[in-house]
Ligand binder design. Structure first.
Ligand code: MN
Length: 327
C-alpha cells in the first residue's frame, strides 16, 4: 500500500459542490494479502486517491473457503483512520488490542477507530461458512480527530430502507433520514444497496458530497452498465442516483465532502507527515521486539506472530492532497 506509483493527470472536484457530475469507471488491481487471501483493490488507484474521506477500498470474494482456512490476517497496527468491515457472505473473527473479541457476520458493521494507535487481527473462524465475500474500507480521520483514543464498535442492527426492489442498508452516515449508529468524525455516507431483478429506483444524494459506487455483484445500470468489481466515480453535484437492474445486483455507495487535508498514506497508517509515519512504524517494530512502550498493544487470543512493518521507501514520504498529482 505504498503510493509510489506515478499518477496520471485527472480532473477532480475543486471543492464541495463546485464540479458537476462525472462518470468514471475505475478497475481493480489484484493484491495478495498474506497467505491465500487475494483482494481486488479499488482505492487508492492510479487515477483517484479518495472519495470524500474514504481512502481505501478492497473487495474480496465470493471465495469458496469450505476446505480452506479463509481469511488469516495476523495482528497489525493502524493509526489515523477508521476501518469499516462489511461482509456480504460469511463471517470474520475480529480481535484487537483494546481487548475486543467479536465475531462479525454478514450484514453487521465492524467499525474500528484507530486514532492514535490500535492493533487488530482478522480471521475466518473454525469452523466457518463455505463462502467468504466482503469489503474492507478505510475512512481517513480529519486532523482534529486523527490521534484520538482508539475504539471498536460492532453494530448488528442497522437502518434499512425498503422501496420497490431496493433494500438499502445504511452502514455509515445518513440516507433518506435513516442514520447509522456508527460514530464518524466528518460528513460521509456508506450504503449497501441490494437491487432485485427488474428494479428501477432513485436514491437521494447529498449534492455537496462526491460519490462512487462499487459493484459487488450483478450488473446494475447507471447511465450504462456497471461491471462487477468496478468502482464508478460520480463526482459532486448529484442530488439523486438512478439505478436499474435486470438481474439481482449488489452495490456499495460511498460518498463524502471532498477531503481538503493533505495526508500521508503508507502501509496501514494515515498520518500528516512522513515523520509521523516513521515514528509509528518504529514504535510498532519496537513493540514486536518487546522493547516498545505499548502505543499499539498486544492482540490477546491470537496465536502466532504479528506482522512486521515493511521498510520505509528510500524517498521521503510527503503529504498529498486528495487529487492525483498531475504527471
Ligand atoms: Mn487492518
Amino acid at each position: 500500500m505504498n503510493n509510489t506509483a506515478t499518477d496520471s493527470a485527472i480532473e477532480v472536484c475543486a471543492g464541495a459542490a463546485t464540479a458537476g457530475p462525472v462518470r468514471e469507471l475505475l478497475s481493480a488491481r489484484t493484491v495478495q494479502l498474506g497467505e491465500g487471501t487475494e483482494v481486488r483493490r479499488l482505492l487508492p488507484s492510479l487515477n483517484r486517491r479518495m472519495i470524500g474521506v474514504w481512502c481505501f477500498v478492497d473487495h474480496y470474494g465470493p471465495d469458496d473457503i469450505a476446505r480452506e482456512p479463509g481469511m488469516q490476517v495476523p495482528p497489525h497496527p493502524h493509526i489515523g483512520l477508521q476501518t469499516v468491515s462489511w461482509l456480504l457472505d460469511g463471517e470474520v473473527h475480529h480481535r484487537d488490542s483494546l481487548g475486543s473479541n467479536q465475531l462479525i457476520r454478514a450484514g453487521e458493521l465492524a467499525l474500528m477507530t484507530a486514532g492514535g494507535g490500535i492493533a487488530h487481527s482478522e480471521q475466518s473462524p473454525d469452523p466457518h461458512s463455505p463462502v467468504l465475500h466482503g469489503a474492507q474500507l478505510w475512512v481517513a480521520l480529519p486532523d482534529a480527530d486523527h490521534a484520538r483514543a482508539a475504539r471498536f464498535e460492532h453494530h448488528s442492527e442497522l437502518p434499512v430502507i425498503i422501496d420497490r426492489g431496493l433494500r438499502a442498508t445504511v452502514l455509515l452516515g445518513e440516507l433518506a433520514g435513516a442514520r447509522s449508529p456508527g460514530r464518524v468524525h466528518s460528513p460521509l455516507v456508506g450504503v449497501d444497496i441490494a437491487l432485485a431483478a427488474g428494479s428501477d429506483v432513485r436514491i437521494p444524494l447529498e449534492p455537496d458530497f462526491e460519490h462512487a459506487v462499487l459493484t459487488v455483484s450483478g450488473a446494475a445500470d447507471l447511465d450504462g452498465e456497471l461491471d462487477p468489481g468496478t468502482l464508478c466515480y460520480l463526482g459532486c453535484g448529484r442530488s439523486e442516483l438512478r439505478l436499474r437492474a435486470e438481474n439481482d445486483s449488489r452495490l456499495l455507495l460511498l460518498g463524502g465532502v471532498p477531503f481538503a487535508e493533505e495526508i500521508v498514506m503508507w502501509w496501514n497508517f494515515v498520518g500528516r507527515s512522513g515523520a509521523e509515519i516513521a515514528e509509528a512504524r518504529a514504535q510498532w517494530q519496537a513493540e514486536l521486539s518487546g522493547t516498545g512502550e505499548g502505543r499499539f498493544g498486544a492482540v490477546r487470543g491470537y496465536e502466532g506472530p504479528a506482522l512486521a512493518a515493511p521498510e520505509l521507501p528510500s524517498t521521503p514520504l510527503r503529504p498529498r492532497g486528495r487529487a492525483a498529482r498531475k504527471a
